[in-house]
Design a protein around this ligand. Sequence first.
Ligand SMILES: C[S@@+](CC[C@H](N)C(=O)[O-])C[C@H]1O[C@@H](n2cnc3c(N)ncnc32)[C@H](O)[C@@H]1O
Length: 375
Amino acid sequence: MAIPVVEPARYDQQLEAKAERIRRDFARFAPPALEVYPSPPSHYRQRCEFRIWHEGDDLFYAMFEIQESEGDAEGSKKKHKTVVRLDDYPVASRQINALMPRLLDAIRDNDLLRRRLFQVEFLTTLSGEALVTLIYHRPLDEAWEAEARRLQDRLGVMIIGRARKQRRVLERDHVWERLEVEGREFVYQQVENSFTQPNAEICRSMLTWAREVTRGSQDGDLVELYCGNGNFTVGLAENFRRVLATEISRTSVASARENLAANRIDNVTVGRMSAEEFAAALKGEKGGRRVAEWALDEYDFTTVLVDPPRAGLDEASCRQLSGYSRIVYISCNPETLANNLERLTETHRITRFALFDQFPWTHHCECGVLLERRE
Ligand SMILES: C[S@@+](CC[C@H](N)C(=O)[O-])C[C@H]1O[C@@H](n2cnc3c(N)ncnc32)[C@H](O)[C@@H]1O
């Protein structure tokens, strides 16, 4: 992994290079003009993790940079891991950058907090809340907790301590984010060590785009796969009569339910099930109590939204998606998106196509695609 080099003056250039690559790689699907959503050029990541490097009396934040050396005579390449010291990190939110030195200053000469600390994770929000997780290679006792509570008060953040088979939550295991989207405010519980969108401004753009492309769908229902903590579910619920959303992670499902309640949404059911099992349930090939409770026959699914991990969709899920009038596909991996589109464009055509610069200064791209069934 290369650590991103942030050069705000070159932001437009790096984004245009990405947009050009996406236009070129997807030209064979004849999509409409690419809609490009920029990120703030710096301080865009709300969550970051750093290794803690101890050197004599000092300690600092570090990341590993992995480089490949020239191949040897047989052509096999070697990977080298270099420790890179980070006194600040322009990729991370301003809140994380403000906390970084304050946290180290508080820990440096404090044996209880410092001993065998090897990783720090920051989770911050646009709403101003911050959670810091300190991860240790030693068990955490009462003395640690008392000291960590003092640190919590001093920094004005919430602290969690983690060690092998231990998780000490001093205040809360989550933050509350508030995102303004099209003049509305959505609130989201974001749980520590669980998936949340890393770039909050880009998340607002994605929610705006997804709401726009699904507007006017109230006569039908939405089925959502990979719903996580209900990020899109909360933003899109009012565009549909009813929504059925599924997700594999127990923590994320619980969080999605919290988020629906917090946003006073009552037309959504969230179920815990893998996308693959859910595809089978929708086809009538999987039964059981949970599936029976959903009363799938009572839905009229006109739209499906998927936001899978980097691996994209498997063959069975693609086949399942082909049955809906409209498909909204959010993807963090253009390669697997293109593979899936080979299949999906047999039955549907692309009517909206967006690039969200979720990960500036890296080659990674987040895309949004709306597909509508061919007549
Ligand atoms: C890219 S995240 C998207 C989450 C959410 N849509 C959001 O915007 O925050 C992908 C989600 O898929 C879930 N996931 C991974 N594999 C899965 C599977 N086989 N079936 C269902 N969900 C899965 C992960 O737990 C994660 O929450």
